[in-house]
Design a binder for this molecule. Structure first.
Ligand SMILES: *Cc1c(COP(=O)(O)O)cnc(C)c1O
Length: 458
């Protein structure tokens, strides 16, 4: 995501977590609002009245954000221990690898799924899921147009057809009603993207999947540690797919995990990530066709170390993102990132939306925030996935798209229209929340956002 972000955004990415690294009791949203209201309420009561008179930093006034979080240290002792143990090994191959075994054990401690395959990326995890789900040539897979390209790469490589549905205006996740409208006899699966680590409406999507016999794949790449109805993301559908790419909540540079407890699909994850080779109980012959998506032991060692940090990282982000929403409640001209009280959103980013009638100039809003000391960026991806040239030109394979030329689909991406998606991308403003921050800093962030919104609406 950082490709599209101005330099102000990268500033904060380097901040460090260590002083916030004490264990946090998970609190319910409501408890949390109560226990923090003293701190937040006090700061806000004074700021709300005062900010209107204080000039914007953009116009020479004082900056609203005066403190900065410490440097973000992403790895250290846990990763060093794993890597040192790894150097004693004779093999760095994932199969029977101690680092991989340790990584899978820690993965299952937070996401209790029976079959787990480590792999080279989130894109690989999703492709393995699509292959294991039995998606065939010309099948349709419904998903979100606001996501990483990796969500649909595997679908297209299998010669299946991504079908894009519209999103809900404030969760930025699939609108189940629009998903249902796009189900046809060719639909075989739904890929639910938990954008920014905010859980999709899994009850509704699972209901649709069950009713229409569809496979439900969860794209949890941005949702490490997030929970829907108290249970981890990845445990609500048939497949869980995670990314360990560098920008994600935890990382080993590049890597991924695909997991399933479904007895139809789980045993296929290993061979579909490993050239079709069944490593336990096979006859040594190839019965499946698949790419090599293996993750080696050095990545698994780092990932095993990173998993020891996951609960603190996700709990801290959830707490601070919710606090930001609580403190911004009632701010004129903006709509907040909507998260259910029953869920845990881990805020890979926090995205608010400007009400265009109230604040039409988004570029100025972001510039004013930057001047106040808030790292912010306009929008997210430049266009919905289907708006990219490769989709508009149907140019997936050397400029061509065999399934369309052969009449196996009538899909025309130039005709796809998702009005809410366009509105989200043209009014969204991303603010960074991460585990290096604390309540005091978030209080300053919210004061700055409120100050700018008040100025621009008055
Ligand atoms: C990052 C990401 C992917 C792809 O993961 P890679 O490891 O970069 O291949 C897929 N979906 C979403 C939602 C992502 O954020």
């Amino acid at each position: 995501m950082w490709h599209y972000a101005p330099t102000t955004m990268t500033m904060l990415v380097t901040y460090a977590p260590e002083y916030l690294m004490q264990p946090h009791e998970p609190l319910s949203r409501r408890n949390f609002v109560t226990t923090t209201s003293l701190l937040a309420g006090g700061l806000l009561a004074t700021s709300a009245a005062a900010t209107e008179e204080v000039p914007l930093a953009l116009d020479g006034g004082p900056k609203a954000v005066t403190i900065s979080p410490p440097k973000r240290l992403r790895w250290g002792e846990p990763e060093r221990q794993q890597l040192e143990a790894m150097l004693e090994q004779q093999s760095l191959m994932y199969w029977k690898g101690p680092q991989t075994a340790q990584m899978i054990e820690r993965f299952q401690q937070f996401c209790p799924l029976e079959h787990v395959m480590t792999c080279s990326s989130g894109t690989a995890a999703l492709h393995i899921a699509v292959m294991a789900a039995g998606i065939e040539v010309g099948d349709e897979v419904i998903t979100s147009p606001i996501t990483d390209m990796g969500t649909v790469i595997g679908v297209i490589y299998q010669q299946a057809v991504p079908v894009f549905a519209d999103l809900l205006p404030h969760t930025y996740n699939l609108d189940p009603a629009d998903v249902e409208r796009r189900i046809t006899p060719k639909t075989k699966a739904i890929i639910a993207v938990h954008l920014a680590g905010n859980p999709c409406d899994m009850q509704a999507l699972r209901g649709l999947a069950d009713k229409h016999s569809l496979v439900l794949i969860e794209d949890c790449c941005q949702g490490w540690g997030a929970r829907y109805d108290g249970r981890p993301l990845g445990t609500h559908g048939h497949f869980a797919c995670f990314s360990l790419q560098n920008s994600k909540l935890i990382t080993c540079g590049d890597g991924g995990v695909v997991a399933s407890s479904d007895p139809r699909f789980g045993p296929l994850l290993q061979p579909y990530g490993d050239k079709g080779f069944l490593r336990s109980g096979g006859d040594g012959l190839f019965h499946l066709f698949a790419p090599n998506y293996r993750m080696s032991e050095p990545q698994a060692a780092v990932a095993a170390g990173q998993l020891t940090r996951l609960e603190k990282i996700s709990a801290t982000r959830a707490r601070l993102g919710n606090l930001l929403s609580d403190q911004l409640a009632g701010t004129p001209g903006i709509d907040l990132h909507q998260v259910r009280d029953e869920d845990r959103c881990v805020y890979w980013f926090y995205m608010l939306r400007l009400q265009p009638e109230a604040i039409p100039d988004r570029a100025k809003f972001v510039k004013a925030l930057a001047a106040e000391g808030v790292p912010a960026a306009a929008g997210y991806i430049p266009v919905p996935l289907y708006g990219n040239p490769v989709f508009q030109d149907h140019a997936f394979f050397q400029g061509r798209w065999p399934v369309k030329e052969l009449g196996l689909t009538t899909m025309d991406y130039t005709q796809v229209h998702c009005p809410e998606v366009d509105a989200i991308l043209s009014t969204g403003v991303r603010v960074l929340v991460n585990e290096t921050m604390n309540e005091e800093y978030v209080a300053q962030l919210s004061r700055a956002i409120r100050k700018v919104a008040q100025h621009m609406t008055s």
